[in-house]
Design a protein around this ligand. Structure first.
Ligand code: SAH
Length: 465
């Protein structure tokens, strides 16, 4: 190890920055975040620094650096573009053993500054020992996406309960187990979802529970929208919960690539539904989720797209509520959004469409239970989910209710996946296209003037071609 990572307490400590440019400004900003008392020695200051000076956040001495300036300082940073000055700062500081950092010159540093992810009081610091700042920044962005932004609040809440937890569990192992349950359980999830006061009640209840119940694992269900297929379209929260679940319950719409991102040793249960061939009835899925959660498992129920858009998420939650199982719903990118972006068909457009309707094209006994006059409105885009089998009916009814037979129409197969295909036509021509082509489910139907825009805006196919 070339450097020892430490976290310094600089609150109200005198620190020195030599230099007043952009780099010096960035370093000053960090020192101010750490509540240090900053003196800047520089002939001139950046605009930002001048503002800090005006608001009393720092002290400025407009002159050249001299060796005595380091006296009494807890930390010194040289950020000038004059090598001789930088060297002089280094020499003066090291002579009296004051930690010194010379920007972009590792040989003159007695400490280096890491890339940081700030979820105060939680801070992650990454260093490559100066070998590759770009790599450090890349690692930082990965950590940024892994550490929920609410970690800071969670840590502060933990601090509030610390003494009481100490009093409740005299044995350090019991204490550790208690905190592990809290930090990986429903209380933490409540904080992540912005429900801090519920989380406090949850911690309070766990604290007051009798010893016998402490070891019990309480299961939970995460109803997660997995997006339309491309794994890049998962949300950070979806990914995090997928990686902490004990069981993954998924259906046909969720792509294998997405399922692969779940925790490696999580049990996977397929409850896929083929059209007209319901593999597992909805009722049974609802009860399966309840049973797994009551066994103490963290259950990830993965749904294609968004769970609350034609996803029967509402029904699954109903049963959970009835059975007192805690849960959270994670929104996902719905097929309409995915298909729209990946084909260059905006769903609304200032000139062509002022509203968009998501409708189900599902046939029941050969019929579609839809308010057709409500759909046939000027300047409105229609998106049909589950409409492939009923495409003829859709076209026929829209024309019968007054829509022009030349209205543009698009059918998007497996949107956002490598098997995405786009078929465009009109209300009149689409049924023949569907008959002629071999189209694979799932497909989404878009009806409206906006379909015409795809030729101009379709970066996806072009970038693939
Ligand atoms: N909850 C999902 C929709 C479930 S209903 C969502 O928000 O997207 C199932 C229908 O969604 C399919 O019949 C199809 O119309 C549509 N669908 C889902 N994924 C799709 C995809 N990748 N490409 C095209 N259509 C898709």
């Amino acid at each position: 190890m070339d450097f020892l990572p430490v976290f310094m307490n600089l609150q109200q400590r005198d620190c020195l920055i030599v230099g007043g440019g952009e780099v010096a400004t960035r370093k000053t900003s960090l020192l101010l975040d750490a509540h240090a008392k900053v003196t800047v020695i520089a002939p001139s200051l950046s605009d930002t620094m001048a503002e800090w000076l005006a608001t009393g956040k720092l002290t400025h001495e407009q002159r050249d650096f001299s060796a005595q300036d380091v006296q009494g300082k807890s930390l010194v940073i040289a950020a000038t573009d004059d090598e001789a000055v930088n060297l002089a700062v280094h020499t003066a500081a090291t002579a009296v053993n004051i930690p010194v950092n010379v920007v972009d010159n590792p040989d003159l540093c007695t400490f280096i500054m890491p890339s940081i992810v700030d979820r105060s009081p939680v801070i992650a610091a990454i260093s490559t020992g100066g070998a590759s700042p770009v790599l450090a920044r890349m690692i930082r962005s990965r950590l940024e996406s892994l550490l929920p932004s609410a970690y800071g609040r969670l840590a502060r809440m933990t601090a509030d309960f610390r003494e009481r937890v100490k009093a409740r569990f005299s044995n350090p192992t019991d204490r550790r187990l208690f905190w592990e349950r809290v930090l990986q359980g429903p209380a933490a999830e409540m904080v992540f979802a912005g429900r801090d006061s519920d989380a406090e009640i949850e911690i309070e209840n766990s604290l007051n529970a009798p010893d016998a119940e402490q070891a019990e694992n309480i299961g939970e269900v995460y109803l997660i929208g997995a997006g339309p297929g491309d794994p890049d379209l998962l949300t950070f929260r979806a990914l995090r919960l997928m990686q902490q679940a004990d069981v993954v319950v998924h259906d046909r719409l969720v792509s294998q690539q997405v399922i692969d991102l779940a925790r490696r040793d999580a049990e996977r249960i397929y409850v896929g539904k083929e059209r007209a061939n319901h593999a597992v009835p909805q009722e049974d899925i609802n009860h399966l989720l309840v049973r797994l959660a009551k066994e103490g498992k963290r259950v990830c129920r993965l749904k294609g797209g968004d769970p609350f858009i034609f996803g029967r998420g509402g029904e699954e939650i109903d049963t959970l509520v009835e059975e007192g199982v805690s849960f959270q719903v994670v929104p996902g990118i719905t097929a309409a959004s995915g298909a729209s972006s990946y084909t260059g068909i905006p769903l609304t457009h200032r000139d062509y469409s002022q509203s968009v309707v998501f409708a189900t094209g599902h046939l029941k006994n050969g019929m579609m239970d839809i308010n057709w006059p409500g759909l046939v409105q000027p300047n409105q885009t229609l998106v049909f989910y589950m409409g492939l089998v009923g495409v003829k009916t859709i076209c026929k009814e829209l024309i019968a209710h007054g829509m022009s037979k030349d209205m543009p129409m698009a059918l998007v197969q497996k949107a956002t996946t490598p098997e995405q295909r786009l078929f465009t036509g009109t209300l009149e021509s689409m049924p023949d296209i569907v008959e002629r082509e071999e189209i694979k489910a799932p497909t989404l139907i878009i009806v409206g003037e906006v379909v015409k825009l795809h030729e101009k805006l379709n970066w996806y196919n072009e970038s693939k071609a």
